[in-house]
Write a protein that binds this ligand. Structure first.
Ligand SMILES: Cc1ncc(COP(=O)(O)O)c(C=O)c1O
Length: 383
């Protein structure tokens, strides 16, 4: 018998939206007309400086990067047309992959449409039935979703807890995968890579390391690279200022991704312009200029938070209202720092998430420091 659902889709959608509003979690993107960190909000009267982007070295606005994207557009057009196994790669895809592999001292690399897709691809490709995945509780949403989509058993271990991870590995007699961010995107802290590597080596586990935010490290310990199976996931969208994701590792593992990772097989390849921009950005990163940019970024981090290791600085305020009003107060001073709330972070830990870029000016960072100190956040050490 055909039954008619008494609740319409319109009502369902309205109900859910009402739930979001009632919880005070309504969000909508704002429009910032900007190149690099400086711009103006749509309808706004004054310029502002953004401390919201992951463009850590400012390479999205680098003239050489922009020029490379222009040249690629002129030569190969706007889109790639289909997935690479169907339409073939453009030469720039191949060149980018071999440069990425060289950069990470790996045998091979494969690019995917985004970093998000790269995590989905790796975890679904290797997380087959009978496999155990151990995942840090603060891993990025793309890892969480990759775990959910995989056919593996998934166990979430407490954040950075190597003792617990050791016990879990010990108790598993089948194949294991350990997956972790190397820099955690909302807390800006780092994973204990030395311990992770030695545990994975000891238990013959595949280590999947998401290095999306690792512009200042930590790097994989050099002597571990050849003695264990590690796949490093990265993105072209943060340090490299473009768009796309990648995975580097041993050639057979990359071949398997090409042959079975669905986000690679069933999604259109990176646009040639995105690939060319990332390739030009990589040239900068590997040059003296890149060294200088990283040194400058590290210096700005030390100015704002001595001893901190990454350009992601969480200012945890607790309630969602506190985070929203702090973000609003900064905006009135021409400073854009996003309020991060559940579900991006656990309830009760809403925060401002400050990200620094090498191309922020000294006086902009000083202004931010002064504004944060009004919120009770420690002022940087002078000098
Ligand atoms: C740790 C981590 N992994 C993966 C991603 C996804 O990368 P992309 O933005 O290229 O999809 C992000 C980005 O937000 C991230 O923070």
């Amino acid at each position: 018998v055909h039954r008619v659902d008494p609740v319409s889709w319109d009502d369902r959608i309205q109900d859910r939206l009402e739930g979001v509003r009632r919880a005070g979690r309504w969000r909508a993107p704002r429009t910032l007309d900007a190149l690099g960190p400086r711009g103006r909000l749509a309808g706004g009267a004054a310029d502002l400086v953004s401390f919201a982007s992951n463009d850590y070295l400012g390479l999205s606005a680098h003239p050489g990067v922009i020029e490379a994207a222009h040249r690629a557009l002129d030569r190969w057009g706007a889109g790639s047309g289909a997935s690479r196994l169907v339409t073939g790669s453009r030469p720039v895809h191949d060149e980018l992959e071999s440069r990425l592999a060289r950069w990470k001292s790996a045998e091979a690399a494969v690019c995917l449409p985004t970093g998000f897709a790269a995590n989905l691809g790796v975890l679904t490709c290797f997380g087959t039935p009978g496999t155990q995945v151990f995942s840090d509780e603060l891993n990025h949403a793309s890892i969480v979703d990759g775990c959910r989509l995989s056919r593996a058993e998934v166990t979430v271990y407490p954040h950075g807890d190597m003792k617990q991870l050791a016990k879990l590995l010990e108790a598993n007699d089948g194949p294991s995968i350990v997956v972790t961010d190397s820099v955690f995107s909302m807390d800006g802290d780092v994973a204990p890579l030395v311990e992770l590597c030695s545990l994975c080596r000891e238990h013959d586990a595949l280590l999947v390391l998401d290095e999306a935010h690792a512009v200042l490290g930590p790097d994989l310990p050099i002597d571990e690279r050849d003695t264990m199976m590690v796949l490093r996931v990265g993105t072209l969208s943060k340090t490299l200022g473009s768009l796309g994701g990648f995975v580097v590792g041993p050639r057979p593992a990359v071949d398997l991704l090409v042959n079975s990772a669905r986000p690679y097989i069933f999604s259109t390849a990176l646009s040639p312009a995105d690939a060319a921009a990332a390739l030009a950005a990589l040239d900068v990163v590997c040059s003296e200029e890149g060294e200088g940019l990283r040194r400058r970024l590290a210096g700005l981090v030390q100015r704002l938070s001595p001893g901190h290791l990454t350009p992601i600085l969480p200012v945890v305020l607790g309630s969602e209202d506190a985070a929203i009003s702090a973000s609003q107060a900064l905006l009135h001073q021409g400073i854009w720092v996003p309020a991060i709330r559940p579900p991006s972070v656990p309830p009760g830990t809403s925060r401002l998430r400050v990200t620094l870029s090498a191309i922020h000016r000294d006086e902009e960072v000083e202004r931010l420091a002064a504004a944060l100190s009004e919120l009770g956040w420690p002022r940087p050490v002078e000098g």
